[in-house]
Write a protein that binds this ligand. Structure first.
Ligand SMILES: C[S@@+](CC[C@H](N)C(=O)[O-])C[C@H]1O[C@@H](n2cnc3c(N)ncnc32)[C@H](O)[C@@H]1O
Length: 245
């Protein structure tokens, strides 16, 4: 599936207002990511957060980690409004995470539920390697191939989710994975329309610009009810902590 940064920006910007209420899984991922990280280290000089959005991870990080400098990045400018309510002293770097350059080298790069939008990770691993201090950590969460498997089975639409093995391969030469964890979490909805609204409100329809017609929506809902009568949606997150080589 082709990843279009302009579409990602537009769809996430639209979803921000309803994101926190809907992003239950992303919130649990942020908690797990910070918990796992603190088992390794919780004191850093400079932190860079990529794709900070409405600040779910920022809030966890600020409450748990010790740091001197915090750089927050997102491709959507409006994200800065949310971060300014969480942090006082920080620098917001608006732009594509694959290109941004903080003024200081980083000791920790964190990111929650964003790496799945980056395509091949080798390019960003190379970039993050350059902007990290020696032994700097890269701690992120992302989604694995069983994510949204119901949608993939019904529509054929899916992001190109990678396995942990593929992620490890794409980081080779730049970062070495020192901890990883994966799990599945299933959400249940009262009807398929509610499920579609959930997907939209978490920005995940950034996959496609196409609006479904009334008939297409009806067909999707009928098929969903037939195949998944409990109206379940599977999430398949991964928590990964890697160290600069
Ligand atoms: C699913 S949201 C996660 C937001 C936040 N990290 C959280 O914990 O809830 C993904 C975020 O990544 C941002 N994003 C997607 N691709 C990006 C890129 N290439 N560079 C920077 N931000 C990006 C989106 O604008 C959105 O805010």
């Amino acid at each position: 599936m082709h990843i279009n940064p302009k579409l990602i920006k537009k769809q996430f910007e639209k979803s921000f207002g309803k994101y926190n209420k809907n992003a239950l899984v992303q919130k649990s991922m942020a908690e797990k990511l910070i918990f796992s990280l603190t088992q390794i280290k919780n004191d850093f000089n400079t932190i860079l957060e990529l794709g900070c959005g409405t600040g779910l991870l920022t809030e966890q990080a600020v409450n748990t980690l010790h740091f001197e400098n915090y750089y927050a990045n997102d491709i959507v400018e409006k994200s800065n409004i949310y971060i300014s309510k969480i942090l006082e002293n920080y620098t917001f770097l608006c732009g594509n995470a694959q290109k941004i350059k903080p003024a200081k080298k980083t000791d920790l790069i964190i990111s929650n539920a964003m790496f799945q939008w980056l395509g091949n990770l080798t390019q960003i691993a190379q970039h993050l390697h350059i902007i990290s201090n020696p032994s700097g950590l890269l701690a992120f969460s992302t989604f694995l191939p069983d994510n949204y498997k119901e949608i993939r089975d019904l529509t054929g639409l899916s992001l190109d989710y990678k396995t942990i093995g593929q992620i490890k391969q794409e980081l080779i030469g730049y970062f070495e994975i020192i901890y990883h964890e994966e799990y599945c979490q299933t959400l249940t909805f009262s009807n398929p329309l509610e499920l579609l609204a959930h997907i939209k409100n978490t920005g995940v329809n950034a996959l496609s610009n196409k609006h479904m017609t009334f008939l297409e929506v009806k067909e999707f809902c009928d098929k969903y009810k037939e195949k998944y009568p409990q109206i379940t949606l599977t999430y398949n997150p991964a928590i990964i902590i890697a160290k600069k080589i």
